[in-house]
Design a protein around this ligand. Structure first.
Ligand code: PEP
Length: 253
């Protein structure tokens, strides 16, 4: 049975006090309300990670980083290495979020290096992929998503790939209030799973959690999360408020 993951990407939001308040509420609420097959992950900005991690040390809620560098250390001013994150007992790292691709010029080739470094450090990468509106309107969504997954991940061994989490995030649905319909999302998830199966075999493809991200909220979570190949959500805006984050997680039944 695949694990469901509900991960909250805070992006560049919340000060320390707000962040501490949010995780304290989430951790308190989740005990009775969430299905045992759901893992909750909070993904704050780097400077809050240590404090959040300390607050959550006796909680089942996991932590993640929003990015990491592809080297383990050295003269890279302003960067954070995956080994530093692993040393702090951070569990997950987002690699390839569309905002990193779009605003920071991150290419599939660079992301492949980040994936290697994150896996070597013992982190679980959440690899994001997704098409733009123009690409969807041009009927290119299957090609574009496959290309991102292939170039970012298909150099991995079976053992490495088994440690991955993927997240389909159509760029046109992120932070826009527009959500992919469950049919649109399921089509991409099942297509990508079939490509993983061709490359790594069906057993491994069936084990990999593929999350959906893009304006997921309590009102649309049940429909999306009931799709056969959608194994959780990567949540932006709705993860900044404990009630909506927990209500999305409760939609997994
Ligand atoms: C995201 O940042 O990955 C995301 C899906 O954001 P939002 O939920 O706000 O669309």
């Amino acid at each position: 049975m695949r694990k469901y993951i509900i991960a909250g990407n805070w992006k560049m939001n919340l000060n320390l006090e707000q962040g501490y308040g949010l995780v304290t509420e989430i951790s308190g609420m989740m005990q009775d309300e969430i299905h045992s097959n759901v893992e909750l992950v909070v993904i704050p900005p780097f400077i809050h990670l240590h404090g959040v991690q300390t607050l959550l040390k006796d909680s089942p809620v996991k932590t993640g980083a929003q990015n990491c560098h592809h080297k383990t250390g050295g003269a890279y001013t302003g960067e954070i290495s995956p080994t530093m994150l692993a040393d702090m007992k951070i569990d997950y790292v987002i690699i390839g979020h569309s905002e990193r691709r779009q605003y920071f010029g991150e290419t599939n080739a660079l992301l492949a290096e980040k994936i290697n470094a994150a896996l070597d450090a013992g982190l679980t990468p959440i690899y994001c992929f997704g098409e733009t509106l123009e690409e969807r309107e041009a009927g290119q969504e299957l090609n574009v998503n496959f290309q991102q997954v292939k170039e970012g991940l298909f150099h991995l061994s079976e053992e490495q790939f088994s440690k991955m989490v993927l997240a389909y995030e159509p760029v046109w649905a992120i932070g826009t209030g527009k959500t992919a319909t469950s049919e649109q999302a399921q089509e991409i998830h099942s297509f990508i799973r079939s490509k993983i199966s061709e490359k790594y075999g069906n057993a491994l493809a069936e084990e990999i959690s593929i999350l959906y991200g893009g304006s997921m909220k309590p009102g649309n979570a049940s429909e999306l999360l009931s799709c056969k190949d959608i194994d959780g959500g990567l949540i932006g805006g709705a993860a900044l408020e404990s009630r909506s984050f927990i209500d999305i997680a409760k939609a997994v039944v």
